[in-house]
Design a protein around this ligand. Structure first.
Ligand code: 13P
Length: 249
């Protein structure tokens, strides 16, 4: 398989003009010619700043959300077309923090995925179970339901998406899924993608996210169906993010 791994940073609601400049300059200076694809998903107010900072480097720009709507009276939202004007290549959709704090349903996530795809932005579709769901033995059912909604609305276009498996209990907790736990879920997702987009399933990247860091990245990325990482905390520290990029290269 020739697909390159993708290492994407999700800065969440962190950063400042000064901190972003220092972080991205250090990344650009240290990244060299990586064998993986790289993205930083930044808070919306900083898209223009980071677009300029990553220009000419292998680092691509990402947003953390995208509206399902094209335009109009949707206060606070950004359309995919707007993001595209700032060189946005990826948009995270359905992050568990959006599902949890903003009530995003599977249907909304599917519609956001469609909006991104219609505007040439690659959606990074997040799925993942809570600790209670894992302990109740519902992991497979939950992630399959979340992905099924996206497949249902987007059909064969899902060959263009990136999937991120982010177990909610591993996000920001320092508790990483073991490589075996992650691989098991990734294999389930791969099979589901295969069913929906047979020829293309092998080429769809499935990222792991949840306390991935410089120390555990190599082991996770060595799994057969782990095609990269979606990294929160460790993406805010240039040396750590660069080490993860090296582990994927
Ligand atoms: P952490 O790497 O901080 O656990 O966050 C993972 C995540 O939610 C990335 O989207």
């Amino acid at each position: 398989m020739t697909k390159k791994k993708l290492i994407a940073g999700n800065w969440k609601m962190n950063g400042s003009l000064a901190a972003n400049e220092a972080l991205v300059k250090a990344l650009v200076a240290g990244v060299g010619t990586p064998a993986c694809a790289i993205a930083v998903c930044v808070p919306a107010p900083y898209l223009a700043q980071v677009q300029t900072l990553v220009a000419g480097s292998p680092i691509e720009l990402g947003a953390q959300d995208v509206s399902a709507r094209a335009q109009g009276a949707f206060t606070g939202e950004q359309s995919a077309a707007m993001l595209k004007e700032f060189g946005v290549h990826y948009a995270i959709v359905g992050h568990s923090e959006r599902r949890q704090y903003h009530g995003e349903t599977d249907e909304v996530v599917a519609a956001k995925t469609a909006a991104a795809l219609a505007n040439g932005i690659t959606p990074i579709v997040c799925v993942g179970e809570t600790l209670a769901q894992r302990e109740a033995g519902q992991t497979e059912e939950i992630v399959k339901r979340q992905l099924a909604a996206v497949i249902h609305v987007n059909g064969h276009c899902i060959s263009e998406i990136v999937v991120a498996y982010e177990p909610v209990w591993a996000i920001g907790t320092g508790k990483t899924a073991t490589p075996e736990q992650a691989q098991a879920v990734h294999a389930v997702l791969r099979a589901q993608l295969h069913h929906a987009a047979s020829d293309h399933a092998a080429g769809i990247r499935i990222l792991y996210g949840g306390s991935m860091n410089a120390a555990n990245a190599a082991e996770l990325l060595a799994q057969a169906d782990i095609d990269g990482g979606l990294i929160g905390g460790a993406s805010l520290k240039a040396p750590d993010f660069l080490q993860i990029i090296a582990a994927a290269s």
